[in-house]
Design a binder for this molecule. Structure first.
Ligand SMILES: [Zn+2]
Length: 272
């Protein structure tokens, strides 16, 4: 099952979209970013990575993939012109407005497919606001984290390295140009600095990506290839659907008073 652009809501007719949303009562909301990824990957890497997974998830759930727009919260990449950033409150407002529209279409469950660390905190705050105001249940999938955790060596958690190159290959291979790569920053230094921001207990907050990679990126894009990229994107989509269904079942069970069932479910928690 490769990509499914026909799952993008803006490509559907209104009657088709209305039918899918009302029947599934579920929508897949997509959050990405437009930010520098060196010379070999496009600015929209995170937006394309998120959409690639979201279309596959929407196909499995027989519903629509609904983008929040390609841009995310990426102010710490603005030192590289061409990068675009929303203020966190803008992303929160867009999520709230899109969710409200989906609620009017009969949607009760929103599965957010994100591929960008800068979006995670605003999305979580926005999801909390939306849940207080509408009868919607929101689940967030951090697909970059899932991809890395499934294949920690092969899918490196760098910036513009093998994992993100693979994600773009799974979306549109013609957008990858390894021959145009700019100077990579030191990989060991990048991993060490990036690791501080990803600590789950005591952590700093990213202000300028130069502290991780002075040239904007680090990693080994040359390790990625299109065939593996496709397999991995499929695997990640399966994982997202499986986890979301576990969560929906468990929460339905608890709302019916069967609290003890939750204890039996692996929480799959991930460090940020
Ligand atoms: Zn990225």
């Amino acid at each position: 099952m490769p990509r499914h652009p026909d799952r993008q809501i803006e490509r559907m007719s209104q009657p088709d979209a209305a039918r899918l949303l009302a029947r599934s009562r579920t929508a897949v909301v997509v959050a990405g970013s437009v930010e520098q990824h060196g010379g070999h990957l496009p600015l929209g890497t995170d937006a394309f990575a998120a959409m690639s997974i979201a279309e596959r998830v929407a196909e499995r759930l027989d519903t629509a993939a609904v983008t929040l727009g390609p841009t995310g919260v990426a102010h710490y990449h603005l030192g590289w012109p061409g990068t675009l950033s929303l203020r966190p409150e803008t992303l929160r407002a867009v999520l709230a407005d899109v969710c409200e529209s989906l609620a009017l279409a009969g949607v009760e469950r929103i599965l957010v497919v994100n591929w960008h660390e800068g979006n995670s905190a605003p999305l979580r705050v926005a999801a909390d606001d939306v849940q207080r105001r509408h009868a919607l249940r929101i689940v967030i999938a951090e697909t970059h984290v899932i991809t890395h955790r499934k294949h920690p060596e092969e899918m490196e958690f760098t910036h513009a390295g093998s994992m993100e190159t693979s994600a773009v290959l799974a979306y549109e291979p013609g957008l990858v140009h390894l021959e145009r790569a700019t100077q990579a920053s030191d990989r060991g230094d990048g991993e060490t600095a990036h690791g501080l921001f990803r600590r789950p207990d005591v952590y700093p907050v990213m202000a300028d990506f130069h502290v991780v990679a002075p040239t904007g990126w680090y990693g080994r894009p040359e390790l990625a290839n299109a065939a593996r990229a496709e397999e991995i994107a499929e695997e990640v989509a399966d994982h997202v659907v499986e986890r979301a269904q576990e969560i929906w079942q468990a929460l339905d069970a608890t709302s019916h008073g069967l609290v003890d069932r939750v204890g039996a479910i692996d929480d799959g928690s991930v460090p940020r």
